[in-house]
Design a protein around this ligand. Structure first.
Ligand code: TYD
Length: 333
């Protein structure tokens, strides 16, 4: 089976490549990645010589490159995306190029070359903040950041192609992922690395914003189940039901890293910060027989341990594009 993973040098894409090579003999994987600031081939250095794996550098925003790379694929999993809300507030353009134009290019190539199946990775953030209850697949989109608006537009394109042209695409909306290889701009890797280095952690506002969390391996298993058993043209939410305020996550990280409350620094809130996300994942569980296997406590302990022991990867992240971004983001604080 030939599988194209777009964004395979990023956090979730690289986890999926590891997962597939570890669990399946019968795969040939092409990783198509533009190596932007969040793409890191070091995350794949252990499998780079595996004969089942090939890397192709390119962007999904480049229609010609997409047209070439999709040919002959049995399955495309689109992980390529700009994903960080704070970055979308500072510089939205890349989000429009990758998350909208890039998805359009993929859909056109899937249509033209009659690729049998594409799974598009998206986010619970398209539903907007839900102060109570849960978002289900039928709920309307109410994105509130340039990031979530760009993902919502890409999702609408996927849906419209499925309806209009019968394009074989499945859309997934996941809660927040965490685990090894996550770039340290997101809450869990940023806080973990700061705490391990003796720095403070920037908690936005009152820290009572609620997120639902899934460990990376459970997410890989969900995508595998959806690729195998999901119905074409459908949307599936991926969630664990584990929902907690950011302060709870922060306190667990303090405990795992042996740091005290003095490491917490309350900083100015994110503009338009969504207070709560919660998704209903019954459809995925019933139709595809999936359920999460890793508890938050277990997943978080594994994650902190990974950041403690993979110092080369961690040091590599602290330079270049990340440093520039970090200095800009936190210069007023
Ligand atoms: P993040 O990891 O950026 O994911 P998302 O915004 O897509 O859910 O943020 C998770 C939560 O953590 C969100 O409520 C914002 C908050 N947060 C902080 O309090 N401080 C930080 O430095 C970051 C990056 C996030």
């Amino acid at each position: 089976m030939k599988i194209l993973i777009t964004g395979g040098a990023g956090f979730m894409g690289s986890n999926m490549i590891h997962y597939l090579l570890r669990t399946r003999e019968d795969v040939e994987i092409v990783n198509f990645d533009n190596l932007t600031y969040a793409g890191n081939l070091t995350s794949l250095s252990d499998i780079q010589d595996d004969p089942r794996y090939t890397f192709v550098k390119g962007s999904i925003a480049d229609a010609d490159a997409v047209d070439k790379v999709v040919q002959g694929m049995d399955l495309i999993i689109n992980y390529a995306a700009e994903t960080h809300v704070d970055r979308s507030i500072l510089e939205p353009k890349a989000f429009i190029d990758t998350n909208i134009q890039g998805v359009y290019n993929l859909l056109e190539a899937v249509r033209k070359h009659e690729i049998p199946r594409m799974v598009h990775i998206s986010t619970d953030e398209v539903y907007g903040a839900v102060m109570e209850g849960e978002s289900s697949e039928e709920d309307k989109f109410e994105p509130r950041s340039p990031y979530s608006a760009s993902k919502a537009a890409g999702d609408h394109l996927c849906h419209s192609y499925a309806v209009t042209y019968g394009t074989p695409v499945i859309i997934t909306h996941s809660c927040n992922f965490y685990g090894p290889y996550q770039f340290p701009e997101k809450l869990i890797p940023l806080f973990t690395m700061n705490l391990l280095e003796g720095k403070t952690v920037p908690v936005y506002g009152d820290g009572q914003q609620i997120r639902e969390w899934i460990f990376t391996e459970d997410h890989c298993r969900a995508i595998e189940a959806i690729a195998e058993k999901g119905r074409l043209g459908e949307t599936y939410n991926i969630g664990t039901g584990y929902r907690v305020p950011n302060m709870d996550v922060t306190r667990k990280l303090l405990e795992l890293t042996g740091r005290g409350e003095d490491a917490i620094e309350y900083v100015k809130d994110r503009p338009g910060h969504d207070r709560r996300y919660a998704i209903n994942s019954t459809k995925l569980r019933t139709e595809c027989g999936w359920e999460p296997l890793t508890s938050f406590e277990e997943g978080l302990a594994k994650t902190v341990d990974w950041y403690k022991t993979n110092t080369d990867w961690v040091d590599g992240c602290r330079t270049g594009a990340y440093k520039e971004y970090y200095d800009k983001q936190y210069k007023d604080r």
